[in-house]
Design a protein. Structure first.
Length: 230
């Protein structure tokens, strides 16, 4: 077949182990230097620079300059959703890179997926929003209801600002560890930012884990009491 989207090119870009490791490192949502990405991939800086040039040309990463430094990020939300979906597919099919380590429980409980909350807490948060009628899900589509908008405004989310963006307010994202959907979109990003801003949670310095403080976890569970699995 010579017509239609060419998934082979995207597959080749992501399929290289070094590039896959660099993309996974960028799933933490933080901008990283080529040196940091080289360390994450276990390769030399010159090799990393070559890989990054290919990823940028392929539309998977972008860069910005700050002084003499260049920082790399995933190009946009679509790339984050693609990578998380691939992680979920790989985990479901048993393609796991390593035996679970000491950081796995924290990553499975709560972690950042590009710019929103993933893991058990992320999945259960979406479950609660759906159970309360605050988010309506139809297949892969999701929307914030008027009741949900009022709920979000009450906890300090600028719903009008989110609706003014060109991005979707709500999206579902397949969670690789839970193998179910968590909340993404601009609302998912705003909620994670709110949890960190209020001091309920903080990012790990050396992984994608999100650590809730005891007080923060209590507050989180008051707003999103964990429902039975839907």
């Amino acid at each position: 077949m010579k017509e239609g989207p060419d998934i082979a090119q995207i597959g080749a870009l992501i399929g290289d182990p070094a590039r896959a490791n660099m993309l996974t490192a960028l799933m933490g949502g933080q901008a990283l230097t080529a040196t940091e990405l080289a360390g994450a991939a276990g390769i030399t800086l010159s090799t990393a620079s070559s890989h990054l040039a290919k990823l940028e040309a392929g539309g998977l990463v972008g860069q910005r300059k700050q002084g003499r430094h260049r920082y790399f990020t995933l190009a946009d939300d679509e790339v984050g959703l693609l990578l998380e979906g691939l992680m979920g597919f790989a985990a479901h099919r048993g393609y796991l890179r390593a035996r679970p380590g000491p950081k796995d429980p924290a990553l499975r409980k709560a972690r950042v997926c590009y710019n929103h909350l993933a893991g058990d807490f992320g999945v259960r948060m979406l479950d609660r929003l759906v159970a309360d009628g605050h988010v309506a899900v139809d297949g892969d589509e999701a929307r914030l209801t008027e009741e949900g908008a009022a709920k979000m405004a009450a906890i300090g989310i600028d719903v009008a600002g989110l609706r003014g963006q060109r991005r979707p307010v709500c999206r579902t994202c397949l969670d690789w560890s839970e193998r179910r959907s968590h909340l993404s979109g601009s609302l998912g990003e705003a909620l994670l930012a709110r949890f960190i801003e209020t001091g309920w949670a903080r990012r790990s310095e050396d992984s994608r884990a999100i650590h809730f403080t005891p007080k923060g976890e209590r507050q989180f569970l008051e707003i999103f009491p964990l429902p039975e699995r839907i």
